[in-house]
Write a protein that binds this ligand. Structure first.
Ligand code: ATP
Ligand code: MG
Length: 318
């Protein structure tokens, strides 16, 4: 049977040190709920908090109202990246654990290492199942926030996994998986990314995910080269305007290498239309328009090779 570790807050640093990314956890006892609005208030009120943080766990959830006779409604985890900016001061103030969904930013991973904390991931989309693990719920603070108020939940056998351990090992990073090949892909920081001074931010995100820069240069494409590079789109209605945009100013072009680089880089970049891109992706965070969407990434092994040759091969065009 799979080994399970039980945690009952308050948790001490010795218990945390023994945990490793991927361990299965069952939480018993009391945990606190908070989403982004409650986090903002907590951080604004530091150091006078409505409950003691020392050794405690905050669960990122906004429970739905309970049905009669039940302590809580559905209580699935929400996306952790949304509270990243508030997590640092709370870890510094003694919070030990957080439970949420999805990856965390580099600054939070560094803070988890610095303060010897732990990030747990709960099962997304399983809010009704998780609610059965809640025996009681008590309002602690900010009742005007409704379901986003802070509640103290009494839980039993609340299931989660260690997403990031106190040494910074992260099960949500693709580099933790075995059997994924190292690949090279081409990334272009488009003229809007360069003029918005996002070059450093974008490179930082790729490096934080474990990718190496193996080639990099700045180029100002003329209309002909931009048109040639994107010739697969020549029959599309947006082509002329897009080519004009791509040749409107300098780009930073680079070859990135890492595990599963082609697919993973496009995941980090996000959907072509920033409005449809997932939270925490480059396009969601910095772009507003389907044309001016900051970054390009190759979409297959064949295009990755052709695009690398276009900029860096022996017969490079620019
Ligand atoms: P890229 O190739 O730049 O990585 P992508 O693969 O997500 O982006 P494509 O369908 O290849 O998207 O489109 C290439 C680029 O053309 C887009 O990134 C965007 O800048 C522009 N584009 C795509 N669709 C539109 C549109 N409907 N209107 C304006 N520009 C568009
Ligand atoms: Mg494309």
């Amino acid at each position: 049977m799979e080994e399970v570790v039980r945690l009952t807050p308050p948790i001490n640093k010795g218990q945390i040190e023994r945990l490793s990314a991927g361990d299965k956890i069952l939480v018993d006892g009391f945990i606190y709920t908070a989403r982004d609005m409650a986090h903002k208030r907590l951080v604004d009120s530091l150091p006078d908090l409505p409950f003691p943080l020392e050794g405690q766990i905050i669960y990122y959830t906004g429970p739905t109202p309970p049905r009669p006779g039940y302590p809580i409604g559905s209580c699935g985890p929400t996306t952790s990246l949304r509270v990243d900016i508030y997590t640092l001061p709370l870890l510094a103030a003694g919070l030990v654990g957080t439970i949420g969904k999805g990856s965390r930013g580099l600054a939070v991973i560094e803070a988890i290492k610095k303060y010897g904390s732990i990030y747990l991931v709960a099962i997304g989309g399983a809010g009704a199942f998780l609610s059965k693990k809640v025996l009681a719920s008590e309002l602690v603070a900010y009742p005007d926030l409704g379901c986003e108020a802070i509640f103290r939940l009494k839980v039993k056998d609340f299931p989660c996994y260690v997403g990031i351990d106190s040494r910074g090992n992260d099960i949500l990073q693709v580099s933790s998986f075995e059997g994924i090949e190292r690949e090279r892909t081409l990334v272009i920081i488009k003229p809007d990314g360069v003029s918005s001074r996002l070059v450093g931010e974008i490179i930082k995100r790729f490096e934080a995910e474990g990718f190496d820069i193996v080639e990099v240069k700045m180029v100002h494409l003329d209309q002909e080269s931009a048109g040639h590079f994107y010739q697969v789109h020549q029959d599309k209605p947006f082509y002329q305007g897009f080519v004009a945009f791509m040749s409107s100013g300098p780009c930073v072009v680079m070859v990135l290498e890492g595990e599963g680089a082609i697919k993973r880089v496009r995941e980090i970049i996000g959907h072509t239309d920033p409005k449809k891109a997932a939270w925490g992706t480059i396009r969601r965070d910095f772009a507003t328009d389907i044309r001016y969407n900051i970054v390009h990434g190759s979409d297959s092994p064949a295009t990755a090779k052709a695009e690398r040759d276009f900029f860096f091969g022996p017969d490079q065009r620019v």
